[in-house]
Design a protein around this ligand. Structure first.
Ligand code: ATR
Length: 280
């Protein structure tokens, strides 16, 4: 009988987290002796959690709000993706060393290339709406994938300028009022702000001014079709929803903890879609 393995998601007030559903699906699919639970912890409880991983009582964990930054000083090493993003969403142990990484950027990119196989990141112009942690992850992944130009627009311009320093040779910051100037050369426009959550709000973007094959992507996945995506669909533009990013960002953690690279299947997507729809 193989020894039971444990992983979890760590945050505070996170009963809505879909991570247990995702990892639970894969644990069943691959017939593993494992579980994945929610742990609602205060910041002061994080050192004990890291000690459990160090002792091998826990394979690792996902980290979500509000601990994505505060956990970093407790780790032995973080990788380039976590450094760029300024936060960690996945923790694992390798030969006694506790590592932290951020998988949102690779999750976004895998989802994009899976859903739109003809999209070629090289020589493309990506427009990023927002300048938070998600924008940082996606800019990191897109610049690694070879995009040649990135435009950032954010309500707070100072934050956009800070984020632009991640890839200074590629990146330009524009005011929301000037987006019509760069829209005609956009290959993909990505909403990384929280606008659209619960169906409320939308970053103003002149969609009509973009080429007909410009992709509109959102990282918000509740609702599955945000007002931003609905408007893009209404004018016939290709879209990319936020749910795929959520599913694909989970892959690497599962692989690091349990040694199997899991598949994002239509059945898994359907399971999470049903959960989102049931939550109203
Ligand atoms: P995350 O780490 O999930 O990306 P974050 O760091 O809080 O979250 O970033 C949220 C993003 O949504 C920011 O770009 C924020 O804009 P500001 O930097 O100007 O705050 C954006 N955002 C949130 N609410 C917004 C609103 N009502 N209008 C415009 N942008 C908004």
């Amino acid at each position: 009988m193989p020894e039971m393995k444990h992983a979890c998601v760590v945050g505070h007030n996170i009963s809505h987290s879909r991570s247990p559903l995702i990892h639970g699906y894969w644990i069943r699919q691959y017939g593993l002796e494992a579980d994945y639970t929610i742990r609602d912890l205060e910041t002061a409880e994080l050192p004990a959690l890291i000690s459990q991983i160090r002792r091998g009582e826990l394979e690792g964990c996902n980290v979500t709000v509000p601990h994505k930054q505060s956990v970093i000083p407790l780790l032995d090493r973080i990788d380039e993706a976590a450094r760029q993003t300024g936060s960690v969403n996945t923790i694992y142990q390798d030969q006694g060393t506790i590592f932290g990484t951020s998988t949102d950027g690779e999750g976004f990119l895998t989802h994009l290339l899976t859903a739109h196989p003809s999209f070629k990141p090289k020589r493309c112009h990506a427009v990023i709406l927002g300048a938070g942690g998600a924008a940082r992850s996606i800019i990191g992944a897109m610049s690694t994938a070879g995009v040649t130009a990135i435009t950032i627009a954010n309500r707070n311009r100072h934050r956009a300028e800070e984020v632009a320093t991640l890839a200074p040779a590629l990146t330009t910051v524009v005011a929301a009022d000037d987006l019509h100037l760069i829209a005609p050369t956009a290959d993909i426009v990505i909403n990384t702000t929280s606008l659209g959550t619960g169906g409320k709000g939308e970053f103003p973007f002149p969609m009509q001014d973009t080429p007909v094959d410009c992709i509109f992507a959102d990282i918000v996945y509740v609702p599955l079709t945000t007002p931003f995506l609905a408007r893009a669909k209404a004018i016939g533009r290709p879209t990319l929803d936020g749910l795929g990013m959520l599913l694909h960002q989970a892959v690497r953690g599962f692989e690091l903890w349990f040694g199997i690279r899991p598949e994002v299947t239509p059945e898994l997507r359907h399971l999470i879609e049903q959960d989102i729809l049931a939550s109203g």
